[in-house]
Design a protein around this ligand. Structure first.
Ligand code: PMV
Length: 352
């Protein structure tokens, strides 16, 4: 008899946090020291597409990203695969009519629709797509929130890429991480005018990985405990409210303050972690100048930086000329696409 190949494909979007995750209370399970909140970017612009397949004929377990073989022996990837397999095994034990997929080797094929040279961390979309493609292949009845618990173990921020629109990750209190999951704050359609400008200050790989950076900050920064206890909780509430009320000035104010606060704890780490470079600081100055020239003095753009020098600038479509137009005027046509790259304009996104 022919050996059957079972297959399922899915997409997952990139997300960019406006309240940053920085610090782990459990490094094995990727349990964070604070809650965080992100905006999903449009899948037309930034996403991972993943096909998971399994068959009795496969002799080894493999993962390729943009056609390059990846190492899947790491504890993070293995944790995701183990959890998904266990869930499938339980289904198979309870229903003997189901094909026995759980013992089969998996073949996972991923493609990003943006170049590696964009310098964007893609692990969030990557792990979210990996988890959902296998969950679909295994026909697991899991909700996005349940899958976020699994994806979190691959990469913390990945748990926020199981949803579109505006997504929060609740830090949770349980030791096993069962309540450290993501939930939807609002769909993309709630605030369709949201735009993001991605400014590529460097396409190089970040020099301090988020995992080692977080651990160093937790261990040595005197500002860190203050951020976690006194700063982030109020900002999470304020940000949810700003999004629900579509209050861009409040959204922008909190976004910039939280990026600054996160990078302040990095600077306060010893030895210091410096993710921002001169180009990043120029982007901050341009945003500040744009905001101070806005008619009613309320911000119309908001910068944020992850663990690297590239800026993401949020703005509303009605302010395209005043924000994207100004950056394009300064950076020239290089802002049009990824080639020769200085960045790109993207929409806020949803998941299919
Ligand atoms: O998910 P990780 O381990 O790649 O960490 C992401 C950390 C930041 O991007 C800096 C913040 C965030 O919330 O995404």
């Amino acid at each position: 008899a022919e050996t059957e190949i079972y297959r399922s494909s899915t997409f997952a979007p990139v997300n960019i946090a406006v309240i940053k995750y920085w610090g782990k209370r459990d490094t094995k399970l990727n349990l964070p020291t604070n809650s965080s909140l992100s905006v999903t970017l449009s899948q037309d612009d930034l996403r991972t597409h993943t096909t998971a397949s399994c068959s009795d004929s496969f002799t080894s377990e493999t993962l390729t990203l943009n056609d390059a073989p990846q190492d899947i022996s790491g504890a993070r990837t293995q944790a995701c695969l183990r959890e998904l397999r266990q869930l499938r095994q339980t289904l198979e034990e309870n229903d003997s009519s189901l094909p026995k997929l759980s013992p089969m080797k998996l073949k996972i094929v991923s493609q990003n629709n943006f170049p590696a040279a964009a310098g964007l961390a893609s692990s969030a979309a990557g792990f979210a797509a990996l988890v959902r493609s296998i969950a679909d292949l295994y026909a697991l009845p899991s909700t996005p929130t349940e899958l976020s618990r699994i994806a979190r173990q691959g990469s913390g921020s990945a748990c926020r890429s199981l949803f579109g629109g505006y997504v929060a990750w609740n830090q949770g209190t349980q030791l096993d991480g069962s309540d450290s999951v993501a939930y939807s704050v609002a769909e993309q359609a709630h605030w369709p005018e949201m735009r993001a400008l991605i400014l590529v200050a460097s396409a190089e790989k970040k020099d301090v990985s988020s995992t080692s950076g977080m651990q160093a900050t937790v261990a040595t920064s005197t500002l860190f405990q203050h951020r976690v206890e006194n700063v982030v909780p109020g900002r999470m509430e304020g940000m949810e409210k700003a999004i629900k009320e579509r209050d861009f000035p409040a959204f922008a104010d909190l976004t910039m303050k939280d990026s600054n606060n996160f990078h302040a704890t990095c600077l306060d780490t010893s030895p210091s972690i410096l993710y921002l470079n001169d180009t990043s600081r120029a982007a901050i100055r341009i945003c500040t100048a744009i905001n101070s020239s806005a008619e009613d003095g309320k911000p119309i753009c908001a910068y944020t930086f992850d663990a690297g020098p590239n800026a993401v600038v949020y703005y509303l479509a009605s302010h395209t000329d005043a924000v994207a137009g100004v950056f394009k005027g300064i950076l020239g046509s290089e802002l049009e696409g990824w080639e020769g790259v200085k960045g790109r304009d993207v929409k806020a996104g949803s998941v299919p």
